[in-house]
Design a protein around this ligand. Sequence first.
Ligand SMILES: [Zn+2]
Length: 468
Amino acid sequence: MTYDTVIVDSHVILPQGMVNKNIVIDEEKIVDFTSDVPSCDNKINGNGLISIPGVIDPHVHYGVYSSIEKAAGTESHAAAIGGITTMMRMLRLGGSYKNSLIPQLIASSQSHYIDYSIHASIFNNQQIDEMKFCLDKWITSFKLYMNLGGDVGHVYMDMEPGTNSLREAKVEITSEIIQKVVQNAASLGCPVLVHAEDYEMCSCGIKTAKEKNEDGLAAWSQSRSTQSEVKSIKTISKFARECGCTLYFVHIGSADALNQILEEKKNGTKIFVETCPHYLTLSYEKQEGYLAKVMPPIRTSKDVESVWNAIHDGQINTIGTDHVANQLKLKLGGNDVWDALAGFPGIGTLLPILLSEGVNKNRISLEKLTQITSTNAAKIFGMYPNKGSLEKDSDADITMIDLKKEKKVTSDLFGGFSDYIVYAGWNLKGWPVKTIVRGTVVAENFEVIGKRGYGKMVVRKPTSLVAL
Ligand SMILES: [Zn+2]
């Protein structure tokens, strides 16, 4: 028999550790690991490279500042160059999912270079009633924004496919909504993703800082204090504990938030934790300008250290980018930090940052890297074992990395929608050189060679009882 593809001579990170084997691929799946080279149509030379499970970015915002049929092309292009094989969209819609989900799915289906999935944000009672409808469309995880309400309740929803107008909305995430979402998610067996910042505390902090004419990223951080994260972690953990809902705290980047989560886990709440590359690399003490404005804010270098420690201790389960595909003219449209838009692009640099700052600086092992960039997300979000692991019968989603490759980051390296990047000028060591999705090479040496529309929506199932 002749197989489709064999990757020869790479070091392969299997669940049980690193081995030197050839990876045999047929009909989009991994079918074997061998020492000989069986007959095949394509041979990929992996000499000097390491094959890891395709990277999953569980937290991506695209379709907000350009419509999804365009954004899926540009942002999955950036993702593919960055070694990502599955991207998970934070879908935000204002009205009814029953009315507006299908056009989003159709527009998405023709446009991605890599595989993708969707988390649905829930903003109101009608959407709570539509969670089951979403679940039947393979959307098996839901997002709550505890930072939105009162005079800080403004948010941009995702654009309508085929249009080019921003959709500003005002929402109010009350404790009644929070409680109902966790109860409903628990009964459906789905995790709830939580943006944990208390909007009343944030609103108050911003008002005070503006009155004092404060500016800059330090003021931004102090106006949304770590205590506002702690407060909302406490509130939702109690609700979740009462009904047995699994929580997934997104973008955790402060020592205080991490400590409170430990406390809530001791109290019996089932919790997973995500951080982002910026909480591992940036602090407001060293960062100038407004480009790194984000919610929650980047904190101190002490907080950065605590996030690395939490990865080491196993308290952090996943790395998401919180990638926002926006552009400078919107980002810096105003005069001060308060007017600047929050969020920045980062999907292309997730893996190189972790290789350069993590693996190559001996802060994390390759095995830990694969857990937090792939395996854990696949398990938490119901994609394992098709995704998240190099095993027989799993999808041949493979990222091949060169730990010695050095390259300077520029905003146009990834070909995304954004015209800036907070890591511009950083010389990173350790880069993906081949991104393989279901057996097909979609990107190679900073160039996308795959076809738009090849990426498929991942079939997912509810996962309430998952253990990592
Ligand atoms: Zn986000």
